[in-house]
Design a protein around this ligand. Sequence first.
Ligand SMILES: *[C@@H]1O[C@H](CO)[C@@H](O)[C@H](O)[C@H]1NC(C)=O
Ligand SMILES: *[C@@H]1O[C@H](CO)[C@@H](O)[C@H](O)[C@H]1NC(C)=O
Length: 388
Amino acid sequence: MASPSLLLVVLVSIFAVSEAQVCSSVAFSKNRLYAACSALPHLSSSIHWTFDRANTTLSLAFVAPPAASGGWIAWAINPTSTRMAGSQSLIAYRQSDGSLTAKTFNVTGYAPIKPSPIDFEVWDLEAEESGGVMRIFAKMKLRKDMTVINQVWQVGASVTNGVPYKHAFQPENLASMGSLNLINGISSSTGSDSTLKKRNIHGVLNAISWGILLPIGVIMARYLKPFGAADPAWFYLHVGFQLSGYIIGVAGWATGLNLGNKSKGVTYSIHRSIGIAIFSLATLQIFALFLRPNKDHKYRFYWNIYHHSVGYSVIVLGIINIFKGFHILNPHQWWKNAYIIVISVLGAIAVLLEIITWIIVLRRKSVKSSKLYDGSGGRQGVQQPLHV
Ligand SMILES: *[C@@H]1O[C@H](CO)[C@@H](O)[C@H](O)[C@H]1NC(C)=O
Ligand SMILES: *[C@@H]1O[C@H](CO)[C@@H](O)[C@H](O)[C@H]1NC(C)=O
């Protein structure tokens, strides 16, 4: 089983390539300099700050691309909880007259918001926009005990009636919160970050198993089989790929169920239903293996039809669901492109092998039918077409 494990290693190492550091490369206008910075784990954003401990003044810059042009960005301290409700927010957006502004908002929930005073004194509040990113600059007077704060950040796509309109509810938007240690600069995310990690693991396991190993296993069975020499190697390769794909896939499926149960309020019902269908059909395939009639049993023909139709359904549903998953998880476009390349290469290999196999089959057939013409061939002229 060298090749699937090799593939796994390659993929995992690709996935492990760390994200580029955003914060070291940012230069600010008006020679603003900050002592510390932290690339935030979601929404391609970063926070830069200087904290004067003696007078508890926080000087900060928050940088993020708005969700769309004409959108908004927000950064907040939440003194009472780790989530959005209660956020003492700084929001940059374009007002009805098109001018860019930054204002404070006391955000209590998802109800429409309006500018309002917040718990902290704020001054030098400014917004900037260029090169597709917005920046909020501000100075804030914190309370004496505040050296580790709960920060919440967000981006939105539009401004309605002169105020920021609610943000999207993608995993990235729901996970953008965490704590920030103003003294040592360590930022850590709260529970939601482990959810994001689980989602990524779920995605990787399922893409590798249902999306890559199973199609390779089908290619093995279909194209090694016509070459008599590869018998019974094709069978063991096929079973090996499908079985390892199934085991990894079930692990991925279980992480998905777990995520589904934990995701309160947001359900991806189609993705979930397709996932359950894939698991059921694949499990059926495994058990049907034990019921496989002998090669020359009269029911073998029907078993083959069943095996192929269920097998191909699993592959097709698997690929559809991987793309649904991409849509939900919304990872960097890179991952989607990488998967499209892998699956296209597999598809191209399959088409090529299909053509080669047919050429071989047709050649054998013509050799045999010319023998038949000689009168020496018997009934061999009836070449069995491909069986997989
Ligand atoms: C806090 O101290 C810094 C210098 O260390 C000064 O620039 C700033 O204005 C002070 N802030 C307040 C609110 O006194
Ligand atoms: C922000 O809103 C909450 C809830 O409505 C309120 O209790 C709090 O006093 C407000 N803060 C400020 C500074 O107005």
